[in-house]
Design a binder for this molecule. Structure first.
Ligand SMILES: Nc1ncnc2c1ncn2[C@@H]1O[C@H](COP(=O)(O)OP(=O)(O)O)[C@@H](O)[C@H]1O
Ligand SMILES: [Mg+2]
Length: 439
């Protein structure tokens, strides 16, 4: 198994051992201090440093492109006959790693679906409505013309192509509201890409739907909230995902039907197999898709946690290899839907520029009946717990919902009001963020 982070491998290692793997060899870009593999797992820690997976990923890929002799030798001791299968989620150049078969990997053609300047072909093939957009070179005049055409009063959103790599968590996206924003943003796009997608800004709730293209049919799950906030420069700050939200039954039907159509189009156009997500914005009763993630997606933690026997990530690999013929997609969808409806959860993380004082590193918060945050009184029940941890690049604040009373609700406005509370009542120096709102 290969992963940037050891903590991501622990569950998979356990699953493989339980399923009777003859042995497990884990290669991790970094192994966090708390990570413990069982005795049955041999671990090779590459020892990379980086604050985010986005930073670690390219460093890990460079390492994997030419693994050192000691790793190759350790692998040969573990697997002298080179029979082992390599499980990874990287975009490596071939279907082999160190002379061994990679099993369940993203085919090169599939990665194309991650390009926001190409994905309109899939929307068209799927026959779903998409907001108008223009694809232009990153030159100030072309960007200005496209922006003038598509700005309906709230600005435009620019998205880079994948020339410099696949980008996520809003890192390759800029909200451009006026010519000053345009002048500030254009040089960054000129450096990183050949094409920019210019799209109207759409107000509404950022959300994602996970799907799975299986041999026996399409799976489309329930919409999840993407907790994307906005900073003082009105740039998007991706902070996490949450599964508390119940959108209206009509919206859910629309979003799931859209996802199914997108999955079919991915299968038809790219011969796609396996997990994917459709991300977009629910605006009134309309869904405006913004992108596809051509991978399993990170919002299904509740399924992995509460129904480990579904082996979601392994099913994804079986689907990618077309070895999933024995699994009925209808049954799989039903169980996954029921699990997502029953168990709710979420995570929110925010890098901080200023350290949080030691006495405030863990704070329990309670949401009172007027929807106001208070510090949880002794013996009281917390609605969310705020924990600050130190990373080599500064503090990271985590906001973890811990109460089922949030069932049905959007988390983004609650994160914003919790941050306001911490700033106002405890004097913490935190970024001022705002939430999306109803269109
Ligand atoms: N046209 C748009 N209007 C409003 N917000 C947008 C638009 N496009 C993207 N966003 C915001 O940026 C976030 C990230 O966009 P997305 O297309 O999912 O790209 P990625 O996740 O790869 O960065 C969305 O969740 C949404 O909050
Ligand atoms: Mg996204």
């Amino acid at each position: 198994m290969l992963s940037t982070s050891g903590s991501r491998l622990v569950r998979l290692a356990r699953e493989l051992v339980e399923l009777g793997a003859a042995g497990v060899f884990a290669v991790a870009g970094t192994v966090e201090p708390h990570v413990r593999f069982g005795n049955d797992v041999t671990c090779y820690n590459v020892g990379l440093a980086g604050r985010t997976h986005g930073e670690l990923g390219p460093r890990f890929d460079t390492f994997l492109a030419d693994p050192p002799t000691d790793l190759r030798a350790a692998l040969d001791r573990f697997d002298p006959d080179r029979q082992a299968w390599v499980l990874d989620t990287r975009d490596l150049p071939t279907g082999q790693f160190a002379g061994r078969r990679r099993y369940g990997w993203r085919r090169h053609a599939w990665a194309r679906a991650e390009d926001k300047t190409w994905i309109h072909h899939v929307w068209a093939r799927a026959g779903i409505p998409a907001a108008p957009s223009l694809i232009v070179p990153p030159e100030p005049d072309a960007l200005a013309r496209a922006s003038r055409e598509l700005d309906h009063g709230a600005g435009t959103v620019w998205a880079a192509d994948t020339r410099s790599g696949i980008h996520g968590s809003a890192s390759g996206i800029r909200w451009v509201r006026d010519s000053a924003d345009a002048a500030r943003c254009a040089p960054g796009f000129a450096r990183r890409c050949d094409q920019v997608r210019v799209m109207s800004f759409v107000e509404g709730w950022p959300c994602t739907v996970h799907g799975l293209v299986m041999s026996s049919g399409l799976v489309a799950l329930r919409p999840l909230e993407l907790v994307v906030l906005r900073d003082h420069n009105h740039q998007f700050v991706f902070t996490g995902t949450a599964t508390y939200w119940d959108c209206s039954p009509d919206a859910e039907r629309l979003l799931r039907a859209t996802t199914r159509q997108v999955g079919e189009a991915l299968r038809d156009v790219l011969d796609y197999r396996g997990g994917f997500t459709v991300d977009g914005i629910l605006t009134g009763t309309r869904f405006v898709p913004t992108e596809v993630n051509a991978r399993l997606g990170s919002g299904l933690e509740t399924i992995e946690q509460h129904r480990p026997e579904l082996h979601l990530s392994l099913v994804n690999r079986l689907a990618q290899e077309r070895d999933d013929g024995a699994i009925d997609s209808g049954w799989f969808q039903e169980v996954a839907l029921a699990t997502l409806a029953t168990y709710r959860g979420g995570w929110v993380e925010l890098p901080l520029e200023h350290p949080v004082p030691p006495q405030h590193r863990t704070i329990e918060l309670t949401l009172d009946p007027t929807d106001t945050w208070r510090a949880t009184p002794p013996g009281g029940t917390a609605t969310a717990v705020v924990r600050t941890r130190t990373s080599p690049h500064g503090d990271i604040l985590g906001w973890e919902p811990v109460s089922d009373e949030l069932r049905g609700r959007l988390i983004a406005p609650l994160v914003v009001s919790a941050l306001d509370f911490l700033r106002r009542e405890l004097g913490l120096v935190l970024p001022v963020l705002t939430a999306p709102r109803d269109a």
